[in-house]
Design a protein around this ligand. Structure first.
Ligand code: ADP
Length: 475
């Protein structure tokens, strides 16, 4: 049996800030089989240390350039998957996960600590599945810093979940690695006048993947590449897009304990109860016959918030109610904070991150708004569909690959979409959706059923990862 170690900066159920955590919390478990055994390693953040009773299984020294300190290794099994946690209080015992001035040093430590951890694990790892910039230095360090046959023979995959966050740091960041300076001088890890964890991951991993086929194509173009298109083009033959799935056990309207009533495709009455409860809870007028629209998101410009703000009054002129659940950019938060004063009992903004409430919102709303500027995959629209909530999305990245727009002639689709990043186009499709909701309820119900029947599980995509592993490990 081959051993795969997923390396990431977040993963459910232990810690989450976005879709990466959903992936790390569900993909390894789906791949686990007689052929592959997957485990996960995460940084031991304060929140994990305080909320979980983990077993300490080791302690070792980590030396990487200026870094010379101890790493503590903790372990816990969850849902059949072995989770490892690398602890160092100086780096990770903090309230947040990211956004610190020493993030480069923190994740340089993490990368090195993962590679050293391999020497004390009770099994040999065949493949390291690295995710996003936080782990981007692992492939080059594994190949160029270590001369032992164990590290040399390990295969690496680097998965891009969001190309916007690149881990670019000033040149002095080199001092935190034991790497030959030539990799900076020859441009391999150099980006502008500093070093880029993202670039290193792309160039040195054996295979590069991203989280949808459309995004895999988009990032080769200037418009979506965040200036990495020429780098990515050099790896074009090793780059593939595999769309994300979700944990269909956790996201199951028929068993979800966060809901006041459960429901499934054959008995949708529970969804009405969820809607009523949600309206009551959030101070909206309780009405079953008004279209309840929601957004559950990090509040960043990536998510198309500018279109919503631009058209807010026109949107609220429609016969709808609006719920925004999210946190992020201060300016965006301040704009949404006006909502419930301007539109009392019709619109509400819950500012914060709330897992339980997110389940209740996915179940209670009729439509999920996701007009992203770019979207590597998107998890929210997949969850929405599973709960019979129709996504209204922009046709970009993974949204394009997972949402099939309503076709009134063929009676097909599982949501609504628009192409151009334009407030008018968003408004038009919203009006179109309203028309279907109010005047063609049978069609709306058909779309709900199609959405709930859409395969948003990991099944098909896990097979694709397995093919990739087979390809690399010569199965
Ligand atoms: P991204 O990874 O870019 O943030 P995704 O759509 O891929 O976007 O994943 C977002 C995940 O985070 C989803 O599981 C969504 O439900 C969750 N999420 C986002 N904001 C919140 C919030 N404020 N409260 C609870 N869950 C949230």
């Amino acid at each position: 049996m081959k051993k795969v170690l997923f390396v990431a900066s977040e993963g459910l159920p232990f810690i989450k800030s976005g879709g990466l955590a959903d992936v790390i919390g569900s993909l390894p478990q789906t791949i686990n089989s007689e052929r592959y055994s997957c485990s996960v390693v995460l940084p031991l953040y304060k929140k994990i240390k305080e909320n979980y009773e983990l077993n300490k299984i080791g302690e070792y020294n980590v030396q990487s350039g200026l870094i010379n300190c101890k790493a503590e290794l903790y372990y816990q099994k969850y849902d059949g998957v072995d989770f490892y946690f690398i602890g160092n209080d100086q780096y990770f015992y903090r309230d947040g996960m990211y956004g610190y001035v020493d993030d480069g040093e923190r994740f340089a430590f993490f990368c090195k600590a993962v590679l050293e951890m391999l020497n004390i694990l009770p099994f040999k790892v065949d493949l390291l599945a690295c995710n996003d910039w936080h782990t981007g230095m692992i492939p080059i360090m594994c190949k160029k810093e270590y001369c032992d046959s164990y590290h040399q023979n390990i295969k690496t995959i680097y998965t891009i979940h969001n190309l916007l966050f690149q881990g670019n740091f000033p040149e002095k960041m080199l001092d935190y690695f034991n790497l030959d300076r030539k990799y900076y001088e020859n441009g391999d890890i150099r980006f502008d006048d500093g070093i880029s964890f993202m670039k290193a991951g792309i160039l040195f991993a054996d295979k590069v993947t991203t989280v949808s086929q459309s995004y895999a194509k988009e990032i080769l173009t200037e418009e979506y590449s965040e200036r990495m298109d020429s780098v990515l083009r050099t790896r074009q033959n090793d780059l593939s897009g595999i769309v994300n799935g979700i944990d269909v056990q956790m996201w199951n309207s028929n068993t979800d304990k966060a809901l006041i009533a459960n429901y499934d495709i054959s008995k949708l009455s529970g969804k009405k109860k969820c809607k009523k409860k949600l309206q009551e809870m959030l101070g909206l007028r309780v009405a079953d016959d008004v279209l309840l629209v929601g957004m559950i998101s990090r509040l960043t410009w990536q998510k198309g918030v500018s279109l919503i703000l631009e058209k807010l009054s026109a949107i609220m002129n429609q016969d709808i109610q609006l719920i925004i659940l999210g946190t992020g950019d201060n300016y965006i938060e301040s704009q949404f904070k006006q909502l419930e004063y301007t539109y009392p009992h019709r619109a509400v903004f819950y500012c914060g991150y709330n897992e339980t409430l997110s389940h209740q919102v996915y179940a209670g709303i009729d439509m999920l708004l996701m007009p992203s500027l770019f979207e590597p995959c998107g998890i929210s629209q997949l969850i929405a569909m599973r709960y019979g909530t129709l996504p209204l999305v922009r046709e970009v990245g993974g949204l394009k690959d997972t949402v099939i727009p309503y076709n009134e002639y063929e009676h097909t689709g599982n949501g609504f979409s628009f192409r151009n990043f334009s407030g008018d186009d968003l408004l038009n499709v919203l009006k179109y959706a309203l028309n279907v909701y109010y005047y063609h309820p049978k069609e709306w119900k058909m779309l709900m059923k199609n959405a709930m029947n859409s395969d948003v599980s990991w099944k098909a995509s896990a097979e694709k990862y397995i093919d990739l592993f087979d390809n690399l490990l010569g199965h």
